[in-house]
Design a protein around this ligand. Structure first.
Ligand SMILES: [Zn+2]
Length: 265
């Protein structure tokens, strides 16, 4: 069954945005935890899609007409020049696109880079291997992250723990490919402030059924809201989405938009 047919059969009269949101959640969840129960399919509707703030770099795909295209991201003109202009140092990488066959999905991306250093000079536990478009997003992430850390804790960030970028895997339930298959996604697990304090999504995000009590929960939620609202990423999925995302924030530059940065209501 095709993606389109699967999606519509699944959700019937639900809106496309809601459909996308549900499927994205499953994509990331399955990517993160192999063997998730397929009957755990979430179908909650997302919050209204927010418009990006004026003046912010919009990297998210805002074109609603290509939302059903399931394929590696299109090349970005002069992407490496844009990375340098954004203050990113990187190494060229090869992730050639390989057509899927059988259980193996189409994976890879035309423009891949190893992200070495960004504008805020954060250190990563492992140098992210990313599509060039995602590398641009990560540069924006560093800026927003620094601003939010200074706002809530009075200091910048030294280190980021990421939980994975490239992972060639087909979904178990749908004939779909996670954006991780294109190195077009990253999972953020924790950040460490310059004073050494580690802020983890797990536990730090706070109870999702209550208003945030302390600065840490406010920090994570504000960060996620801004990354979506300012168009740094097409997709932002947090613990608000489901229990499978309780320990990381998934960010990607898919062709569709999905806001998992706030309660779905
Ligand atoms: Zn993910």
């Amino acid at each position: 069954m095709s993606f389109r047919a699967t999606a519509f059969a699944l959700v019937g009269v639900m809106s496309f945005r809601a459909t996308t949101f549900a499927l994205v959640g499953v994509m990331c969840a399955l990517e993160a935890r192999a063997g998730v129960r397929p009957d755990a399919l979430p179908v909650s509707a997302p919050a209204p899609v927010s418009e990006p703030q004026a003046g912010a770099d919009v990297l998210a795909d805002m074109d609603p007409t290509n939302d059903f295209v399931v394929a590696p991201p299109d090349p970005i003109a002069n992407c490496e020049e844009k990375l340098r202009a954004a203050g990113v140092t990187f190494a060229a990488a090869e992730l050639p696109v390989k057509e899927g066959r059988g259980k193996r999905p189409t994976c890879g991306v035309e423009q891949a880079v190893v992200y070495q250093r960004g504008p805020a000079k954060l250190r990563y536990n492992s140098a992210p291997l990313l599509s060039c478009g995602m590398a641009l997003g990560l540069a924006r992430f560093e800026q927003v992250l620094t601003q939010e850390a200074e706002r809530y804790f009075g200091q910048g960030v030294a280190r980021v723990e990421q939980g994975g970028t490239y992972n060639c895997r087909k979904m178990a339930r749908f004939n779909l490919v996670s954006e991780h298959a294109y190195a077009n996604a990253i999972d953020i697990r924790s950040v460490t402030l310059k004073n050494g304090r580690k802020l983890k999504v797990l536990g730090g995000f706070g109870r999702i059924d209550a208003e945030p009590k302390g600065p840490e929960a406010r920090f994570w939620r504000s960060l996620a809201n801004r990354l979506f609202d300012e168009g740094a990423f097409s997709v932002v999925i947090t613990p608000f989405y489901d229990g499978l995302h309780k320990d990381h924030i998934h960010l990607d530059e898919a062709r569709y938009r999905a806001d998992g940065s706030r309660p779905s209501g």
